[in-house]
Structures are given as C-alpha cells and as structure tokens.
Design a binder for this molecule. Structure first.
Ligand SMILES: Cc1ncc(COP(=O)(O)O)c(C=O)c1O
Length: 468
C-alpha cells in the first residue's frame, strides 16, 4: 500500500485554502491551531460521505435497495469503529450519540449504580467527564501533582481509602488543557484490582494515538470509551460510546421511542436488543459514515506517523516559545518530551489578557486558537492556583454578566495537517505581540470578554451566509 504523504492529506483538507482578511486589509490562508476544539473535514471523508449520500435511505426500517445499502453501512461502521478502538463486538456494544458529551451522559445514566457507589473522577477532566457523574453517583477525585499531571499515588490511596465503594474510575485519555496523556491501561489495572471499572474520555486521544481497549474483562482493558467525529476530521455530528454490554441491561432507559422496540401494545413493550434500544429515533447515518471513514483514513495515514508529526510541531513551537521574553508555558514545556504528550500547548503572555492575545493572533495573523478555561474549570483553577477568594470574586462578576476578567490561558493545538511554516508564522507574531509591537487598537466587550480590533473589516457574512 502506498501511503499518502501528510502534504497530500493537507492539500485535500476541506477549506485549507480559505483566506481571511487581516487588519491591514491583506488576505492570508487561515491557520487553524484550534484542533482540540474541533477539526476540519478530511477531503476523503467528504468525498466518501457524498458518495454515500447517493445511496442514502432509511436505516433498518425500509425494504428498498437504498435502505439496504444504508443499513449495511451502519453495521459496517459499527464493526470498523469497534476495530478502530480494539473492542470486541461479542462483549462490547457500539452506541452512536451526537458527541462525546452525550456518550458520557448516556453511560452515567445507564450504568447500574447502587446507593453509596462512588465514581472516582480525575481533577483533569473536561466538564463532560465530570458533571454527568455528579448527577449519577457520589464523586471523589484523583488529584494532580505540581506539574498538573495525574497523581497515580493519590489514585492508589483513594482506591484504598474508599474500599469497595468505587464502581467506576473516570479519566481522560489526553488532557484538552495541558496535552498530558494518561496511562489509561495502568489506571485500568489499578481500578480493576480494587473492583472498579474504568471509563476513558477519548475525545482528545482518538485522532492522535492508537487506542486498544483490550479484551473484555482483561486486567488492563478499558471498559468504556467515548469519543466523537468532530475532533477526528469528520464534523458531522456523531459521537460514540463503546462499552461492555453489561452496563446496559436494565430497562431504565435515558430515552425511548422509535427504533428501540420490537413490539409495542397499548399495555406493554418488548424492547429491541443492543445497541438498537439505546439509540432512540433515526440514526445520523451520514455522520456515522463520515466518522467510520475518518477512522479508516487515520489508520491508513498511520496514527504513529500522525503522533510523530504533531510531536515535531509541538517541539518546534515549545523551542520557539522559550526564545520569547514574556511567554509563560503551562504544563510540560520540555520540547524533548513532545512525543509523550498531545500537541496541545497552553501559555500566557505576561501582562496581557488571554482574550487580547487571541484577538491579535486572529486580526493580525489570521490564526485561530482557543482561550479561557477550556470547559475544564476545576483543573484550570487548580493549575492557576486560583484560591477560593478569587473564585468568589469571579462568581460575582459572572453573576453580573461580566466576563471581561475571566482568567485563562491561550491554547494552541495541532492537527495532522498543520505545518512548520504555520508554527513559524505563529511564533513570528508572538514575538511582536509579546514585545508590544502589534498594529491594532483593541477594545474589549465587557459582557463577552472578547477583544475587537478597531477598523477590522473581517467580512464574516461574506464568507458564508445561509440561503444565498
Ligand atoms: C477531553 C474532552 N472531553 C470531552 C469533550 C466534549 O466533547 P464533545 O464536544 O464531543 O461533546 C471535549 C471537547 O473539547 C474534550 O476536550
């Protein structure tokens, strides 16, 4: 098999040549360094999805040819996504949702918790792998160390202290804030030894590392896994929950309706088997095909090759940041360890609000990044060492509708298609920005906290407007 080069893959990324207007009126291809939020669509994913649309029909309900094609595509997609994460369809089920958040909420709702059960959740989690558990069980925490890494000794102590009450340990595969990769199989081993199961939020991991859940019931296997297409080059509204069938045996469904039943009378209901009874209503067949194609593409490109490329970009970026006065990198800032982490780099420019940094990068460089607290408030507050008094002040401001002083970092996150030239363009602009040599005059909107450059005709409506 001849593998496409990453340059070829890049050339075909949908929208890679889209130009944006900078503050000085010039145009420049947009540089997307916000891949941890969402990724663009791969060319092949779009083409294959368009091809599928020719044969699109009702899934599992119709009797025509297109219906058969679509139904077959769904079962093929399930099988190929199971294989993508090393799951075994005899013991695991693959449930489609609309995103990672819905997948984790579904597990939180469906997991057979009993009174007093504990979910041991890391402090590093995105809200989507935190809030659902608070609603479902008692939540205890796995702490982090001084560098923001997960504290495995604390996990050990917590498992010991909480005895057999821990039913589930919830960790992210990779942090959307610091890019740290957690040793999920070691964690699974520790959880299993204490009689608990493990759920991994793989939203950040799926497009960057090979995942092997392992045999059902294995000492080091992952029991439940959630991820989504929009962070792996298939932004068509599909997430996946892969997990042991045993969690979905009760009839206390989170949603019921069409597609979940074999027979309904006025008095009773005969439920379908798994996974149909967990997927109420019509499936997002187009999104599912896109996601399965994306998984196929990532495997063909090679996740090792992707990891290596993104690590090279991360190392280059970190080296460049070290050269700039006034930049503070958070988490691990060692370029030599770039292969051990995801290409997610949070930093601050001393004395400059994070929202202003983002606004300058956008207006003067055509560069998209993310800023703020990254939907990981407990982790960020801990990493920023933001004490209770400051949190109380912040709460007051937010209650008054003011987000201007919301703390946070600027985050750059790399994807397989980003290039060294793009990293260098970012570094060049950061050099100017950190020494106060930026061109625009920026004002802040107090309610949203966002900064806007005076006189910047961005042409947002010209880029895309519905119904034109
Ligand atoms: C680690 C992590 N988990 C969960 C989510 C939520 O993912 P989704 O938008 O697919 O629900 C995100 C999104 O940024 C994330 O980074």
């Amino acid at each position: 098999m001849v593998r496409a080069s990453l340059d070829d893959v890049r050339r075909r990324v949908v929208g890679i040549d889209a130009e944006v207007t900078l503050l000085d009126g010039s145009k420049r291809p947009y540089i997307n360094f916000d891949n941890a939020s969402t990724t663009p669509c791969l060319g092949r994913v779009l083409e294959r999805t368009a091809e599928f649309l020719r044969w699109y029909g009702s899934v599992g309900r119709g009797a025509g040819f297109k219906s058969d094609v679509s139904t077959t595509a769904m079962s093929d997609a399930r099988a190929s996504l199971a294989s993508f994460v090393g799951a075994d369809l005899a013991a695991h089920t693959v449930i489609f949702t609309k995103n990672t958040t819905e997948a984790l909420n579904k597990l939180a709702h469906r997991f057979p918790f009993a009174a007093g059960d504990v979910v041991l959740c890391s402090l590093m989690e995105h809200h989507s792998n935190d809030l659902p558990w608070r609603a479902a069980a008692e939540v205890e925490r796995i702490g982090i160390d001084r560098t923001g890494r997960l504290d495995l000794m604390h996990l050990e102590r917590q498992l010991g202290k909480l005895g057999g009450r821990v039913r589930l340990v919830g960790v992210t595969g990779g942090s959307n804030v610091t890019g740290y990769i957690n040793p999920i199989h070691d964690i699974a081993e520790m959880a299993h030894a204490a009689g608990a199961q493990v759920v991994v939020d793989a939203a950040q991991l799926a497009a960057h590392r090979t995942i092997q859940m392992g045999p059902a019931g294995g000492a080091r296997s992952i029991d439940y896994l959630a991820f989504a297409g929009h962070k792996m080059y298939a932004p068509f509204g599909v997430g996946v929950l892969v997990g042991l069938k045993e969690a979905f045996l009760s009839y206390d469904f989170d949603m019921v309706g069409g597609g979940t039943v074999d027979l309904v009378t006025l008095n009773d209901t005969q439920w379908s088997g798994l996974p149909a009874r967990e997927e109420a209503g019509s499936l997002n067949a187009v999104g599912i095909v896109a996601l399965a194609e994306a998984a196929w593409c990532l495997q063909e490109i090679g996740l090792d090759r992707i990891a290596e490329h993104e690590a090279a970009l991360t190392a280059r970026f970190l080296r460049g940041l070290h050269e700039i006065d006034g930049i503070i990198v958070h988490g691990d800032d060692d370029p030599d360890r770039a292969t051990e982490r995801l290409g997610v780099v949070p930093f601050e420019v001393r004395g400059m609000p994070h929202q202003l940094v983002a606004a300058i990068l956008a207006a003067e460089g055509g560069i998209g990044v993310r800023t703020g607290l990254f939907c990981s408030h407990p982790y960020m507050l801990e990493v920023m060492d933001y004490g209770t008094a400051r949190v109380a002040g912040l709460k007051k401001e937010l209650a008054a509708g003011v987000r201007a002083k919301l703390p946070g970092f600027t985050r750059v996150s790399f994807g397989l298609y980003n290039t060294e030239l793009e990293v260098d363009a970012l570094l060049d602009l950061l050099v100017r920005l950190a020494s106060g040599r930026y061109a625009g005059e920026y004002t802040q909107d107090l309610a949203s906290g966002a900064f806007h450059a005076k006189g910047h005709a961005r042409g947002v409506e010209d880029a895309f407007a519905l119904g034109r």
